[in-house]
Design a protein around this ligand. Structure first.
Ligand code: B12
Ligand code: SF4
Length: 434
């Protein structure tokens, strides 16, 4: 079969820009469509292509559709891309009878959102194995019903889904990601600030925790699964001379023993790359030796979700950090000499005092790259259930994590002004120290 996998274009709208002319908050991102490369891995025997609409104009999709005549088109989508994917899927349905499949973050969080005539199947959670099973059935002219983790849409009726119990077999480590399918855009996948090429590799899936705002636990039904060191090393090898490796896992070091095994395997293979990974502050505080070992193996920067300074708010996010853990983690990271990317969540009820406290903390923390987002209760998360009554903005185009979708405590214009100014001061400082 001919299978076309589509990475939607950069989507999302900005309230600060549309309402107040504040243009500095909206961000554009580019990275390889790794989820699609991963699901393409096991589809041997089929002709598979990827259309990366973050690198191409939309016309590229229609040209590919006309020239390649795919039997199946698969879309990936985070929440702010969900409307865009429905629009593109409707365009496909107008053109022909291809089967349209949607998978990824938003399909997993809120599969019912895609229970629409323009979509045929929704793939929930890890998609490698369930999608290959679906393709296998469609290729044999069988209906795609009854596959755990795959829903056949039923517009107007409730969506039914056979749950999948995700396990290591779902990782399909024997099938590497199809990096070759995005070769034409490889030079565009760069770390903008450094102009260096970056490749994506998965070392783990899911998470050990269940923070209330986060999409990741649902991806594996709450399990934490690690890829085999051999498959990680093979993937790094397939990326050739690309110098930076972004571990795509939301929690790369969640199983310290497995992480150490991978680190040893990378060192033993003589791999000389610079790695980025996401790591919890408490994992850092509890495993300073592991961090030092990884540093020697090439770990360059870590993304740490500090999220919030005030213990009450942090507790409400179910982050499960014990008091003082942020400071302990920072001290380990400075001692180890790792670059720190620190994630912080600005809640819509922040006032001037909270903005000031956040800036002071970041200023004295030595965090080199602070990243701010605005608390967003995404449908399908526990946070959504607790905040749903307060939500005033329901259009998913605004779910970019840079809009307040519930009322702000400060007048809205002042809130976005304070957010934008803080971002600018942090950014200016970054430029001076770069
Ligand atoms: C790399 C990355 C990006 C890259 C994406 C590269 C690309 N696709 O072009 C870039 C930098 C562009 C990006 C941008 C954004 N991102 Co981002 N990103 C990630 C990150 C770190 C890794 C994604 C990844 O590759 N994972 C590994 C792959 C293998 O897993 P996966 O994507 O889940 O795919 C599996 C399944 O979902 C499924 N699947 C996925 N797609 C499909 C499609 C089909 C057809 C099928 C069958 C199955 C399937 O199968 C895959 C294999 O098992 C994740 C965090 C994470 N660890 O997932 C955040 C994450 C996805 N991003 C997130 C967000 C919020 C964003 C942004 C909105 C901005 C922001 N503030 O960060 C923007 C949106 C861009 C835009 N405006 O359009 C959130 C999404 C939350 C949500 N509900 O929307 C995440 C989960 C981070 C987080 N912890 O909150 N991101
Ligand atoms: S925020 Fe991080 S630690 Fe919390 S559930 Fe998500 S991935 Fe896990």
């Amino acid at each position: 079969m001919n299978i076309l996998l589509v990475n939607p274009p950069n989507a999302g709208r900005s309230i600060p820009e549309e309402e107040y002319g504040i243009t500095s908050i909206k961000q554009l991102f580019r990275g390889e469509p790794f989820s699609l490369e991963a699901v393409a891995g096991p589809l041997a025997g089929h002709d598979v292509r990827i259309a990366d609409l973050k690198c191409e104009q939309e016309q590229y999709l229609w040209d590919e559709y006309a020239g390649f005549a795919p039997d199946v088109v698969g879309f990936t989508a985070v929440t702010c891309e969900a409307n865009t994917v429905l629009r593109l899927a409707a365009g496909l349905k107008r053109r022909g009878r291809t089967a349209v499949v949607v998978g990824g973050t938003h399909a997993t969080l809120d599969p019912a959102f895609f229970n629409r005539p323009e979509v045929d199947y929704v793939v929930v959670g890890l998609g490698k194995r369930s999608f290959s099973e679906l393709v296998d059935r469609l290729g044999r002219d069988l209906p795609g019903d009854g596959i755990p983790g795959v829903s056949r849409t039923s517009p107007g009726k409730p969506l039914s889904l056979l749950p999948r119990r995700y396990c290591r077999e779902d990782l399909m480590d024997e099938h590497p990601p199809r990096y070759d399918l995005v070769a034409r855009w490889r030079d565009r996948y760069v770390i903008e600030r450094l102009g260096l090429r970056m490749g994506f590799v998965a070392t783990a899936e899911g998470c050990t925790h269940r923070c209330s705002f986060c999409a990741i636990p649902g991806m594996t039904g709450g399990r934490y699964l690690t890829h085999s060191p051999e498959s990680v090393i093979r993937a790094i090898g397939l990326l050739g001379d690309i110098p930076f490796i972004r571990m795509t896992d939301a929690n790369s070091f969640g199983d310290p023993a497995a992480s150490e095994e991978l680190c040893d395997a990378i060192a033993a293979a003589g791999i000389k790359k610079r790695f980025f990974g996401d790591i919890r502050a408490d994992t850092i505080a509890a495993n300073p030796g592991l961090l030092k070992k990884w540093k020697q193996a090439g770990l360059h920067a870590v993304v740490v979700g500090f999220e919030e300074l005030e213990p009450g708010r942090l507790g409400a996010y179910d982050k499960r950090y014990a008091g003082g853990v942020a400071e302990q983690a920072l001290s380990v990271l400075h001692e180890t000499g790792l670059m720190i990317v620190g994630d912080f969540i600005v809640a819509p009820d922040y006032g001037e005092e909270e903005f000031r406290a956040l800036e002071e903390f970041i200023g004295r923390s030595g965090i080199q790259v602070p990243v701010l987002s605005i608390l967003t209760p995404v449908p399908g998360t526990p946070l959504y259930e607790t905040m749903r009554e307060q939500i005033t903005v329901r259009d998913l185009d605004y779910y970019t994590f840079l809009n307040a979708v519930v009322p702000t405590r400060m007048p809205e214009k002042e809130f976005y002004g304070a957010f934008a100014e803080l971002l600018k001061r942090l950014h200016d400082k970054l430029q001076r120290t770069a």
